[in-house]
Write a protein that binds this ligand. Structure first.
Ligand SMILES: CC(C)C[C@H](N)C(=O)N[C@H](CCOc1cc(O)cc2c1C(=O)N[C@@H]2C)C(=O)O
Ligand SMILES: [Mg+2]
Length: 336
């Protein structure tokens, strides 16, 4: 792809659709596939790619991501840099895709892999959670027996306390050996959360992700946290990090929320400096989304990079899930 003669970069955008193994239902909608934005930057001799899945609960769907990416195209083709992109686009899937494309282009220009440019150690395989979608307790217990027994388990809750307690008890009974974390996805409040807590502690659940709604962070002031609380929807981008202290114990970083690897690394480093534990997660995505997040994962205590396990097909080469770990060959993204 020829680059503009003015020293700018050529930006090409594509929508790539990946069917799910089985349909997803979210707030009454049934999804059978995920539509991902793929951005490619080229200077004529080198190229870089990135992928964005967006943030469904913020309306950051494929149409919005395409609009955002097209809005910044003139600046990119006129020579805008990755640093300038941080100001030209807000956090979200489009900036994620273009930021990661910049990183890979810079690696190819420098002849050094992205992990080196990012100041990281050589990446290594990481334990990654596998997520059990909310279902009947017996079905979730069965799913917990069917997945890789070495993998830590992330359990989706719905906010129905009795059902959630039954889910957790059934999964723990089936898997007394497993690390189990739960994700409430904003479904609890100050009235229902105290009823959930004894069941979490009794089942030795390791962490509780996003118990309350985004915007209700002040409700956590002074609330006892007998197990680690992880901020997800309360922590979209770098600006949200400082306010988590005293209310959460960890932050779940997602490149689609914060708009790319540049900000994802900054959040990880700031969270550490603030004494928070660090987790990296995903909004969905193929291995092209997981690869940049895998680099953030090198700085994390908890890794939840299981998006491709929900897809009927992935890219090749793709990440490998084995023995509870995610392995991310450099050939996927970010090599020099
Ligand atoms: C299905 C996810 C990619 C699994 C991931 N480990 C996870 O829990 N991520 C969510 C945020 C994205 O949640 C999604 C995405 C999606 O395309 C479909 C769904 C969800 C979800 O939470 N329920 C439906 C199945 C997180 O960490 O909160
Ligand atoms: Mg979450």
């Amino acid at each position: 792809m020829a680059a503009p003669s003015n020293g700018g970069l050529a930006l090409s955008l594509a929508v790539e659709r990946f069917p799910y193994h089985r349909p997803f239902r979210i707030s009454g909608h049934v999804f059978t596939e995920t539509a991902l934005l793929v951005a490619e930057l080229s200077d004529g001799a080198h190229r870089g790619r990135g992928e964005g899945a967006g943030v469904y609960y913020l309306g950051d769907d494929i149409g919005h991501m395409l609009d955002e990416a097209e809005r910044v195209r003139p600046a990119i083709e006129a020579g805008a840099t990755r640093a300038e992109l941080q100001r030209l686009l807000p956090p979200g899937g489009a900036r994620n895709a273009i930021d990661c494309a910049f990183w890979e282009l810079e690696a190819q220009r420098a002849g050094r892999p992205v992990w080196q440019l990012a100041g990281l150690e050589a990446p290594r395989p990481l334990p990654s959670t596998l997520t059990l979608g909310a279902d009947a307790p017996a079905a979730m217990a069965e799913a917990a027996l069917a997945i890789d027994r070495a993998a830590p388990i992330k359990v989706k809750l719905t906010g129905d306390v009795d059902e959630d307690l039954a889910r957790i008890a059934a999964i723990r009974a089936a898997r007394p050996d497993a690390w189990i974390g739960v994700d409430a996805n904003q479904s609890y409040n100050l009235q229902t959360l105290p009823r959930l807590m004894p069941g979490l502690l009794g089942a030795k659940v390791a962490q509780l992700e996003q118990p309350l709604a985004r915007g209700r962070e002040a409700d956590l002031d002074g609330l006892e946290r007998p197990l680690p609380f992880v901020a997800d929807e309360s922590a979209l981008s770098l600006g949200d990090t400082e306010a988590l202290v005293g209310r959460f114990d960890a932050v779940n970083i997602k490149l689609d929320k914060c708009g790319g690897l540049t900000e994802g690394l900054a959040i990880a480093r700031q969270a550490r400096a603030l004494g928070l534990d660090v987790m990296v997660g995903n909004m969905m995505g193929s291995s092209l989304s997981m690869a940049p997040s895998y680099l953030v994962g090198q700085l994390c205590d908890i890794v939840d990079l299981d998006g491709p396990t929900f897809l009927a097909r992935d890219r090749h080469p793709g990440v490998v899930y084995e023995n509870g770990m995610i392995h991310c060959p450099q050939a996927i993204w970010g090599a020099a």
